[in-house]
Write a new protein. Structure first.
Length: 437
């Protein structure tokens, strides 16, 4: 699975799901395999730093498959207390032999044995003395991202953001308000999720803790809840759809925000969900059916092409645009290695094109929300300023006009920002704009 991510650019969640589906593992082994895969991707920067101290040659000179076996073994030695060191080393040697690199088994054995003895005494770069080195080698952030974060927020906040991005996210869900209340759902789930509590900001949200699988619950199967991060829920709170309204979601898959909007507009409303990939639109339709939502219409369309959009006008439009995803690294640890510096500019161009097309379908006095799961200035503030400059009929909605539940998260510029180290959510940016008459 890690090979597919690193060599083919596959997304970790999809590659892992495919690998586990083929493996025939029991629940315990599936959980351990998931931890190994995500943990090794998440901590690759620190693991490489430690491995360089125990290898007799440059890590970069080793073939990729050998590096992957070393990282998997190093992750177990450094982060998995329940795995005995001897077992981690022997399993890594066995893995090297079974994957066609038996010639490297001696190197793997020697390096990991030495790492088992010495890793606790290897000093990581300190934040005060070497901020970039600390983010890169201690907190496993690629250098170009570390430099951007430190330049934008300063060393301490950048380090706090990076550390939170390495933590496992909580299991968070949204109650389907058409099929019951959040309080009733909380009481139902508490026996199996004793840490369950209402979300801090999202009115329909519950946070269950960091263990367990809510998708196995009857409430999920019966369509009474959806798994969704709190920050993602708050984007819909900012959009504030009302009963019986018509809403366009221009980049809808996999559909958590789409269905949240559909629950709010109710049976008298209508949600048109677009995505350029027919297969991913199937995820939206499937989730809408599970939740009992007959008011969702899916259409395959390129949201950057105004001519391809439905020829209607909408009360509200959501542009939850493709982005670098650097605010959601705790959920998608592979993104830090997949995204490159040049990706930012190309994504910003895509985002501008989506907004330019979407605004042509906004009715007078209508509301548009632009959101991303990143905190990159080029993809957020710069894109919004570009849109406002070219569309004088649009205005930015201020903090005092946003829903009261969100005002603690909205800045003087009217933008909502969620931070993993401050709010225990994914990192999100969202801004609400309104069309003139």
């Amino acid at each position: 699975m890690i090979e597919r991510v690193e060599e083919d650019g596959a997304y970790a969640d999809l590659a892992l799901r495919a690998a586990l589906g083929e493996g025939g593992l029991d629940a315990r082994d599936r959980a351990f395999a998931t931890e190994l895969a995500y943990g090794t991707l998440r901590w690759r920067g620190r693991l490489d730093f430690l491995l360089r101290h125990v290898l007799d040659r440059p890590l970069e000179s080793l073939e990729p498959r050998v590096r992957r076996v070393l990282r998997l073994g190093a992750y177990q030695l450094v982060f998995c207390d329940r795995v005995p060191d001897a077992a981690a080393v022997s399993q890594s040697v066995r893995l090297a032999r079974s994957t066609g690199i038996a010639r490297a088994s001696g190197l793997v054995n020697a390096a990991l044995r030495r790492l088992a003895r010495e890793h606790a005494s290897i000093a990581l770069p300190a934040l005060t003395a070497d901020p970039i080195g600390h983010l890169v080698h201690a907190l496993s952030v690629p250098k170009w991202i570390a430099e951007r974060w430190i330049r934008a927020w300063g060393p301490e906040q950048a380090a706090a953001f990076a550390a939170a991005s390495n933590a496992a996210p909580p299991r968070t869900l949204r109650a389907n308000r058409l099929r019951g209340s959040r309080d009733a759902l909380l009481e139902e789930l508490r026996p199996r999720f004793p840490d369950a509590a209402p979300c801090r900001f999202a009115p329909d949200g519950l946070v269950l803790g960091r263990r367990g699988d809510p998708t196995r619950e009857p409430a999920f199967v019966e369509g009474r809840m959806t798994v969704q991060d709190e920050a993602s829920q708050l984007v819909v709170e900012l959009l504030d759809p009302r009963p019986d309204e018509r809403v366009l979601d221009t980049c809808a898959a996999p559909g958590a925000k789409t269905t949240a909007v559909a629950e709010r507009v109710g049976p008298g409303g209508r949600v048109v969900a677009l995505d350029r990939h027919e297969r991913r639109l199937g995820l939206v339709a499937r989730d809408a059916a599970r939740l009992g939502l007959a008011n969702v219409e899916t259409r395959c369309a390129d949201a950057t092409d105004a001519a391809a959009l439905p020829d209607d006008r909408y009360d509200r439009i959501l542009v939850d645009a493709p982005c670098s995803g650097l605010g959601a690294l705790r959920r998608n640890p592979d993104a830090r290695w997949r995204v490159q510096p040049e990706s930012i500019d190309s994504l910003a161009a895509l985002q501008r094109a989506m907004l330019a097309a979407a605004v042509t379908r906004l009715r007078p006095c209508g509301t548009l929300v632009y959101s991303t799961c990143t905190l990159s200035h080029e993809e957020n503030e710069d894109v919004v300023e570009w849109l406002l400059a070219r569309t004088p009929t649009l205005r930015r909605v201020g903090r005092d006009e946003t829903p009261a539940s969100l005002r603690a998260l909205v800045g003087d510029d009217g933008a909502m920002r969620c931070w993993p180290h401050l709010h225990d959510t994914d990192g999100f940016f969202a801004v609400r704009l309104e069309q003139g008459r």
